[in-house]
Design a protein around this ligand. Sequence first.
Ligand SMILES: NC(=O)c1ccc[n+]([C@@H]2O[C@H](COP(=O)([O-])OP(=O)(O)OC[C@H]3O[C@@H](n4cnc5c(N)ncnc54)[C@H](O)[C@@H]3O)[C@@H](O)[C@H]2O)c1
Length: 408
Amino acid sequence: MDSGDLKIEWARQYMPVLGTIADRFRKDKPFEGMTIGMALHVEAKTANLVKTLAAGGAQVFITGCNPLSTQDDVAQALDRVDGVTCYAKRGCSVDEYYSAMDAVLDAKPDITIDDGMDLIHRMHTSRRDVLTKIIGGCEETTTGIHRLRAMAEEGKLEFPVIAVNDTPMKRFFDNVHGTGESALTAIMATTNNLIAGKWLVVAGFGYCGRGIARKASGLGAKVIVTEVDPRRALEAYMEGYHVMPMNKAAEIGDIFITTTGNKDIINEQHFKLLKDGAILSNAGHFNVEIDGAWLNKNAEQIIERDGIQSYLINGRTIHLLAEGRLVNLAVPKGMGHPIEVMDLSFALQALGTRFIAEHHTELKPGVHAVPDSIDREVASIKLASLGLGIDTLSADQEHYMCSWDVGT
Ligand SMILES: NC(=O)c1ccc[n+]([C@@H]2O[C@H](COP(=O)([O-])OP(=O)(O)OC[C@H]3O[C@@H](n4cnc5c(N)ncnc54)[C@H](O)[C@@H]3O)[C@@H](O)[C@H]2O)c1
């Protein structure tokens, strides 16, 4: 086994839910004769999802969904798996990135699996030739769902897509615990900085921001939250965090993590306020949350280290991690989410893909929720793998929960 195979095998040991589903797929072959096109972060956990779909009879074609998140040894190991072709390469140019997407689309997929909606966007613009065969898709992340909903509202989305991100089993674990732990792990591994005692600014108190704030606070950071939603800002305040606008936080923060899914969160006006040595990072999907283009254009000097660009501005140095791309995956030491978390998210992807394969004729073009039965099934398999039991509702309790006639 080479390093890529060893990484995939390491992850497999901690993915009992996906393992259970792979055993079922091996028996039932739900994707026999189908082609699945994927654009996901190509690393060891994703490789196990790909192998699960191939075990179900699919021909799988995959590329990356970010130029910096591919692990080349894993991509090569995946390409050697029967029924799998992998085009991903770390550090590819933008042209190479889209050529690899086109190579996936050349395979004429029946089903797509995206993280950020780049495949689906391409199919609806420059690659409309592949729309004739497609039966549906699955989307992994918040930003991809935002884009899909915007498309659907304009009547532009031409096939059904399952919003894997929007289920409790994804948001409560992947976004909260996955992004929370892995963003901080990546920052610590890249900078070798102490978190304890630092002012750590979290922009956006959504699912990801909550996880980052909670875990940073557990490590001893003094957490500042910036928000635009008054309810979420109040929630952050009640959790014990400092709440303020970014132009105030910019003067105080030592480490910044943006996770809004929005653009220009830290921009020119904030760069001018930052302390010398401030560390900026992004955990949102696209590299638009921190205005790196302004820094590249206006810095008096730029020093490149592995995963860190340091910019000299007005006599102060500002450090940007991973070019502002999602820090937990794009820094050289970024491992992405912990394996156990992706076991749940990818179990949802695998069962969502099967749902599309079996029910696409009943689904209209648009964004569809993951059926609640699938979400519960993933939770139940995970609980069983942990050896944990829970109670069940009695018939009397079920009746009580659905009735209105019993009062005080
Ligand atoms: N790094 C990862 O591995 C990973 C994992 C999951 C999701 N994501 C990405 O992280 C981003 C956030 O996801 P989420 O599930 O937490 O979304 P969410 O919608 O739950 O939270 C986003 C929050 O940002 C706030 N916000 C928007 N604009 C803002 C601004 N200008 N200033 C301050 N706050 C602002 C919103 O009010 C909201 O509370 C998305 O881009 C998503 O795709 C990344």
